[in-house]
Design a protein. Structure first.
Length: 276
């Protein structure tokens, strides 16, 4: 059995209790088991083998009911704050804010290694300061993704040897710039759409059928049907000009195409303005 499993830790606690109170180890074990909420020590060992994350075991061995709660135990939060202050000192110097500290945090994942006794937490952290209202805004917060390693020794949680690793960092100024860029991109796209070349149905038919605009205007009200897939995706369109094509125009179209019903490609209507 590993040295840092819940059961191993509880066994160590029982030995310490036996020495401290000068009682037999079995007496100490039974005492701790009842304090943890078990009827007897044997029940505790059985539960530990089947479910090492049982809340009763967690509280007895680690002082928390869930590994994610360890970040708020003992002096961990203060140690984390100090570590982040050192790691972000350069970035903070580029702002005009002060009195930085941990704001919102969320523990997104927790993994405990029973072989090493290291608890690895995946976290999102907001590290923020107080903005100086008399100076130009350069940002006052950092939004971090971090991996935090904790160890529990002598009944206390603390930062592990590797402490904190920041996997990604973004300031509120970065977010503001990105939002501004996204807005500008949307505005540019809308501007391009507004200036997109558009034509009337008659102009489009004149180009498609190689006829004059005057003749095409005679056909502009022709019936259009869509040739679409089962899920509604248009493959092409058909326009039937037979009711509107007369005289020389009718003869010309029949001579060149042999029909008065024409297939148009799926993009035919892309540049046709509905109000023109």
């Amino acid at each position: 059995m590993s040295d840092f499993s819940p059961l191993s830790i509880i066994k160590s606690q029982a030995k310490h209790h036996a020495r401290q109170h000068d009682v037999k180890l079995s007496v100490a074990q039974e005492t701790l088991a009842r304090q943890a909420g078990f009827e007897e020590y044997h029940e505790l060992t059985v539960v530990a083998q089947r479910n090492p994350n049982d809340p009763r075991l967690m509280v007895t061995a680690f002082g928390v009911r869930d590994y994610k709660e360890a970040i708020h135990s003992d002096d961990v939060f203060s140690e984390l704050d100090q570590e982040l202050e050192q790691m972000l000192s350069g970035a903070m110097a580029e702002t005009n804010a002060s009195e930085f500290g941990i704001g919102e945090i969320e523990v997104e994942s927790a993994a405990y290694n029973e072989a090493t006794g290291v608890l690895t937490l995946g976290m999102s952290i907001t590290y923020e300061g107080q903005q100086d209202p008399d100076r130009i805004y350069y940002g006052r917060a950092f939004f971090l993704q971090a991996v935090v390693e904790l160890i529990r020794r002598d009944g206390k949680w603390s930062l592990g040897e590797d402490g904190v690793s920041i996997t990604s960092s973004e300031s509120d100024a970065d977010r503001d710039r990105r939002t501004e860029w996204e807005y500008m991109a949307q505005e540019a796209a809308a501007e391009n759409e507004n200036h997109r070349p558009s034509s009337t149905m008659a102009e489009a038919l004149a180009s498609e059928l190689q006829i004059s605009l005057a003749d095409a205007e005679l056909l502009a009200d022709a019936e259009v049907t869509v040739n679409a897939s089962d899920d509604g995706l248009p493959y092409s369109y058909w326009v039937d000009v037979e009711p509107y094509a007369e005289g020389a125009l009718r003869a010309d179209l029949l001579a060149r195409f042999g029909t008065l019903e024409f297939e148009l490609n799926a993009n035919f209507f892309d540049d046709i303005h509905p109000d023109m």
